[in-house]
Design a protein around this ligand. Structure first.
Ligand code: SAH
Length: 276
């Protein structure tokens, strides 16, 4: 058996070659998708996917800056190089590093390191029953925007703050999977103050999360197509307190999310961006 350093070096070289190969193959979208990055915010969301795709944890972590808590799982599933990244636990407080700041940094670093053809942001979200959402529903986000970046300087700064954008269009995937489609509004709070509520209404959102628009912003900046799959853990306009309802449902909803992400990845396998 080769000494561990050699194994690591050979592994690193093979991986670098795969990234190069993927870069060289990058086209207008007609070639089969080769590398995807799945960004998740919480360990509970990550683990069922790690098991399903039989990914292994990158214990070396040299692709990320030294000392960051970010975690990467990787492997090959149905011909796709999958990198599943999770921002890990906060170094001081030990909780999942949720929110836009961690998600943005991790997305940036992952695009730089893995040059993916496609990003999938998978996670949980609050849903609005007035817009037809129920617990455990899984949605594909057609649009994203922020609801807590208020810059009341008309006409352009206010729009910059809202940061509305369309996500990568996947009509065939939506049709094939019969998945619900809705708009997603992102902010850094789990609760909702009256100002956030009116922004969410103005954003016409069905879903509310803490990462989606940030991931989409970074991916757009670096021209990587992004799809967002969100499963509903709590009803924002319902009677139950959000944090309580979230904790009650997060495990079951993560399972539903894992089924939906698997269906999406199975659909993507062997297809090009323009097939989606
Ligand atoms: N108590 C949790 C904290 C999770 S924060 C813990 O133990 O780790 C909520 C996470 O779920 C975020 O990643 C966010 O994107 C998503 N989320 C679910 N419901 C949400 C809601 N109603 N509003 C905002 N984010 C929500």
């Amino acid at each position: 058996m080769a000494p561990p350093e050699e194994t690591t070096a050979a592994h690193a070289a093979a991986e670098a070659a795969a990234i190069e190969e993927n870069l060289a193959a990058k086209t207008t979208g007609d070639q089969p998708i080769s590398t995807i990055v799945i960004v998740v915010a919480m360990q509970t969301e990550a683990l069922p996917l790690v098991a399903k795709f039989e990914l292994s944890e990158d214990l070396d972590r040299s692709v990320f800056p030294k000392g960051v808590p970010w975690v990467r799982y990787h492997g090959t599933y149905k011909g796709l190089h999958i990198n599943l990244v999770w921002p890990g636990k906060d170094a001081v407080l030990g909780v999942d590093s949720v929110g836009t700041v961690s998600a943005s940094l991790l997305t940036y670093a992952s695009i730089q390191a893995f040059k993916p053809d496609l990003i999938i942001n998978a996670g949980t979200a609050g849903g609005f029953q007035a817009k037809g959402a129920s617990i455990i529903d899984v949605y594909l986000a057609s649009d994203v925007a922020f609801h807590d970046r208020r810059i009341p300087i008309p006409v352009i700064f206010d729009l910059y703050g809202i940061g509305a954008r369309r996500t990568f269009s996947t009509p065939n995937l939506v049709k094939q999977l019969g998945i619900k489609v809705g708009k997603l509004s992102t902010g850094d709070s789990l609760d909702m103050c009256p100002q956030d509520e009116s922004s969410i209404t103005a954003n016409d959102a069905t879903l509310k999360d803490m990462e989606g628009a940030a991931v989409a912003y970074v991916a757009d900046l670096l021209s990587v197509p992004t799809i967002l799959i969100k499963a509903v853990t709590d009803i924002v306009d319902g009677p139950k307190p959000t944090a309580e309802e979230f904790m009650e449902n997060v495990v079951a909803v993560s399972a539903a999310l894992h089924y939906a992400v698997t269906e999406v990845v199975d659909f993507i396998s062997g297809k090009s961006l323009s097939d989606l």
